[in-house]
Write a protein that binds this ligand. Sequence first.
Ligand code: ADP
Ligand code: MG
Length: 261
Amino acid sequence: MVTRGWVLAIVNQKGGVGKTTTAVNLAAQLAVQGDEVLLIDADPQANATSGLGIAPHEPEHNLFEVLQEECLFEDAIISSGRPRLHLVPASIDLAGIDLLFATRIARETVLRSLLMPLRERYNWLIIDTPPSLGLLTINALVAADGLIVPLQCEYYALEGLSRLMQTVELVRQHLNPSLEIWKVVLTMHDPRTKLSEQVEAEVRKFFGAKVARTVIPRNVRIGEAPSFGQPVVEYDPRSRGAIAYKAFAQEVKEYGTSRSR
Ligand code: ADP
Ligand code: MG
């Protein structure tokens, strides 16, 4: 029996930092560990959708139609073909939302309102967001209880983050006072490089306890899994990548338990 699930948005307006990988693998791990999970693909590129092996043109309905109120949220939910793991697929039409929503009343809160009734049915509602701070990401920030911020272990990891933090602060002030960063997670970490170590130290200094203990290594299996339409836990459960995402999912779960309402 689910009481009221947590809505988590995976955000960072930079592309290629591991948002989708984290969204898919966190969702898959939580489902494997026994929770009911809804993964919501809010990126027009639909990488989370295809990462679960679903071709974006296949599903009858998608998040775009939900946001446009052309179909019900329930009707856009499909099974991922795995126990407890459900998906609301994306479609390329989402790229037009900023324009379409330009004159819409309460356009920042559309996703939150539509999502509300579903919170009773899932333990986790995980939103993958596009690499921008446009309306899709704002809607995710407004709908979310918590944020997961993946940071790639590279030289410019912290660049642009102050804009994200300002946006989060504005959303908190005006639209979603309880919004909180749950975890900053370092991705594509390579222990052989000094740079990865330096970035990790810098990020831990900046975000302190918000940084997940688990660091996601750069791992070929993680990179290969999406081309087979599989989360890495399925593609190669013994890989370092799968083990890291398992530990990360446990950390997220622990945090949720500590925040229990
Ligand atoms: P974003 O959603 O932020 O744009 P992705 O999750 O799509 O980023 O990751 C960008 C690319 O890096 C993808 O090709 C993905 O498969 C790969 N990738 C992500 N995390 C890892 C990792 N830990 N090890 C190896 N490759 C990774
Ligand atoms: Mg992505």
